[in-house]
Design a protein around this ligand. Structure first.
Ligand code: RAM
Length: 759
């Protein structure tokens, strides 16, 4: 007994020692900045330090970060395979640093550590318009190379006054505006550096996956009707293009990036707004040259090429996709190729918008961490990829950016442009932590985000009068169906009716979290509040006959999904929802807030057939409309391309916006039927309940939970349904085997194993 206690204690001490070692890096270096005068283009800054390793190196670690974006190399070899480092956090509050094992890059004797700094998110044009210098005007570098010698000695080579700085080939780089590389300019670091006036405050070791290179694409060359040379990579992706070329010195190759061709087949950049999205390469003229950008990224499927020397061969170009290196965890395929394309589009919009921050879009002058978009997409994202760390990091910034009043900014990292605290956007503060807990079962994270959840609910409470939230900025059911008509088919839902639903939802999420964390007082307090919120909702927005004041799909979906209505009024409300869908000839009319729950609500209230009709709908507005128009990612609007083939107005028309991809959650959870349960969060307890329908004859899906792989495959042959299920070790499951028509279910309680059922 005693001995085991002692062993446990030693174990604990060792654990503490190792974790404090991992977290407590002692910086012994200085922030440094360039001494060069900058022109308006602000070329990338080059830093270097020559040093000598005195004896054989055992190991070496480089700790590095920047105010700006960094890329390091030792003796000409790139350090690590992460891009756009140190990633984007609320830099005014915290900046991540990374550590790299560089043991293999050092050699005995003379070495050179080189670092290039670009403007990045720190001071380049980001967000709307040409917003620069958001976090500061000065780029700075902080790095510490810790060398351990075989003879037991240690040495630190870090940023300090002994470094040199200068310029090199990257003449310009900005997130929104691309990069210019002039290979004729040699790297020259001869000037002294300046010690920058920054301290170590807010520095933290990054825990989430870095941005890395992923899929590679070979283009096809198109000559458009205008006679322009355009590369088509076949997929709307986020990243950049690597180019091989050979030509005289000074030859200038430009690549402009676009997502779509216009309806005449010409290159189109109208929807980029102020983002210049251009990569420029100026050849050194010394034979075969290779280029790719460093400190920018593009959202594109097409690239217009100008200035390329000689014949353009597609072999000389490669599209490289970049995104946070999160583990792939899910796949969904079925017998309908259009739905498979939809799933592919969802996955690609996720990839293209998960670059350290979940952004709305990757191409125009925006690319911001919009809270609403991230919230509606979270569950879908968590099926496709393991996003626990990715979101924990972002939620941490959200907590830091939360106002003292409890208000949550609309974009995280916050860009302060007003319009904060909107229902459905700011509610990301409770929705994501709670959903995160359901998916990953990580109580420590939930506890960490709990104060933010509570502060947000309290903020709304402070705004409310007589338990009604009817004030402040509201985006409403953003981008819902709004035809230009005179007969009232617009599907606008009263924004405060929506707000009241989300306030209830946030309060419910808070209560759920309080229960999970054993905060009984909060459970009691917020349960009473929730009751009052719902009573106030009914008085204000619910008619004696059972309709809602705004008689829209979104209104019914939110009221039903968030349990706003008395039990005995729900069946009727669901019937009104269906009636409404019928009135639009089996079309959805929902915007960002109603769409994620639409099919789920229909399923819950006994209308999975209607949900399938919406899923299968090919005419506007619908998910498959964009698919039939050749989309390879999810569009921002149901009508990014109008039924006429024209574009919607260019001011806000992204072709890579994952929000409407939230239907992916329903594909996994209902069509394939893979779900978890509050009785065993994090897929400790699994529910398998597929609901066949929509003419599908087979579905195959799997999801890699932390316990292992969960599979649900079903098919219908000869009027019989068969279901194959795989349940991982350490879990239990309820398998509900559906009848062919999806109307009744046979329950099996199982443990880990592979199961086959037929009905
Ligand atoms: C748009 C963004 C985003 C949305 C906001 C309200 O500009 O693209 O998708 O959340 O507006």
């Amino acid at each position: 007994m005693r001995k085991s206690k002692l062993i446990a204690l030693i174990g604990l001490l060792l654990l503490l020692a190792s974790s404090t070692h991992a977290q407590k890096l002692i910086w012994q270096v200085k922030w440094i900045q360039t001494s060069l005068k900058e022109d308006s283009l602000r070329a990338a800054q080059y830093f270097s330090k020559a040093f000598i390793t005195k004896s054989a190196v055992k190991s070496a670690t480089l700790y590095i970060t920047a105010r700006g974006m960094y890329e390091a190399n030792i003796n000409g070899k790139r350090v690590g395979d992460a891009y756009l480092s140190p990633g984007w956090t609320s830099y005014d509050k915290r900046i991540a640093y990374q550590s790299y094992n560089v043991s293999d890059l050092l050699k005995k004797g003379e070495n050179k550590l080189n670092v290039i700094l670009g403007d990045g998110w720190y001071r380049g044009a980001i967000g709307f318009e040409e917003r620069r210098d958001y976090y500061g005007k000065t780029l700075a570098l902080l790095c510490q190379l810790e060398v351990k010698y075989k003879n037991g000695k240690k040495e630190i080579i870090g940023s300090d006054e002994s470094w040199r700085c200068g310029e090199g080939p990257i003449r310009f780089s900005e997130i929104n505006n691309g990069e210019t590389i002039d290979a004729r300019v040699a790297v020259k670091t001869e000037m002294p550096v300046v010690i920058a006036n920054f301290n170590y405050q807010g520095l933290f070791p990054s825990e989430n996956e870095p941005i890395r290179k992923h899929e590679l694409f070979k283009p096809k060359l198109l000559i458009t009707p205008k006679g322009e040379k355009v590369l088509d990579f076949g997929q709307n992706l986020t990243g950049w293009i690597a180019v091989k070329a050979k030509g005289p010195a000074g030859t200038t190759i430009s690549l402009e990036h676009g997502e779509v061709l216009d309806n005449k087949g010409n290159f189109y950049m109208g929807n980029m707004r102020k983002a210049r999205v251009k990569a420029t390469y100026i050849l050194a003229g010394n034979g075969a040259e290779y280029y790719e950008p460093h400190f920018t990224y593009f959202g594109f499927r097409y690239a217009r090429v100008t200035g390329y020397p000689g014949e353009i061969s597609p072999d000389d170009f490669e599209g490289i996709s970049l995104y946070s290196d999160v583990q792939s965890t899910g796949s969904f395929t079925c017998s309908n190729p259009l739905i498979n394309q939809l799933q592919s589009n969802i996955t690609w919009s996720q990839r293209g918008n998960f670059l350290d921050v979940p952004t709305d879009c990757p191409q125009r002058d925006e690319r911001l961490g919009w809270t609403g978009d991230a919230q509606v997409f979270f569950r879908t994202a968590a099926f496709n990829y393991r996003v626990d760390k990715f979101f924990n990091k972002w939620l941490e910034d959200m907590a830091l950016d939360q106002g003292a009043s409890g208000i949550i900014p609309s974009v995280i990292p916050n860009m302060y442009f007003g319009a904060d605290g909107s229902a459905g956007w700011a509610d990301a503060a409770t929705i994501i932590p709670w959903q995160h807990y359901l998916v990953y079962g990580d109580k420590a994270s939930l506890a960490r985000h709990y104060p933010m959840m509570k502060k947000w609910v309290d903020y709304v409470k402070g705004q409310s009068q007589n338990d009604l939230w009817r004030s402040g900025w509201q985006f409403g059911d953003w981008l819902s169906y709004r035809p230009m008509d005179d007969n009232g088919t617009e599907a606008v839902t009263d924004k405060f009716q929506i707000a009241q639903c989300f306030w209830a939802h946030s309060t419910q999420n808070l209560i759920n979290a309080a229960k999970a964390l054993g905060r009984t007082e909060d459970v009691v307090f917020y349960s009473a509040l929730l009751e009052r919120i719902k009573i106030a909702f009914l008085k204000e927005y619910f008619t004696p006959n059972g309709r809602l004041m705004s008689n829209t799909q979104t209104a019914y979906v939110l009221a039903l999904h968030f349990d706003m209505l008395p039990e005995n009024a729900r069946t009727k409300a669901a019937a009104y929802l269906v009636e409404n869908i019928r009135a639009y000839e089996d079309h959805l009319t929902t915007g960002f807030l109603g769409t994620p729950y639409l099919c789920e609500v229909l399923t819950r209230f006994g209308y999975p057939d209607v949900a399938y009709q919406l899923l299968n709908q090919k005419t506007y507005p619908s998910w498959l409309f964009s698919v039939t128009k050749g989309a390879t990612t999810i569009w921002e609007r149901w009508n990014a391309v109008l039924p006429t083939g024209e574009f919607y107005n260019p001011h806000m028309n992204s072709f890579n916006h994952y929000a409407y991809g939230a239907i992916g959650d329903w594909l996994y959870r209902t069509v394939a039927g893979i779900n978890t349960d509050t009785a065993g969060v994090g897929y400790k307890k699994i529910i398998i309940k597929p609901i066949p329908g929509g003419g599908l004859t087979w579905v195959k899906a799997n999801y890699l939970s932390k316990y292992g792989k969960i599979t649900a495959n079903w098919k219908i042959t000869g009027g019989r349904l068969s279901l194959d299920v795989e349940i991982p070790e350490g879990t239990t499951a309820e398998i509900l085997v559906p009848s062919v028509d999806g109307k009744d279910f046979q329950l099996h309680q199982v443990i880990a194993g592979k199961y086959h059922y037929e009905r």
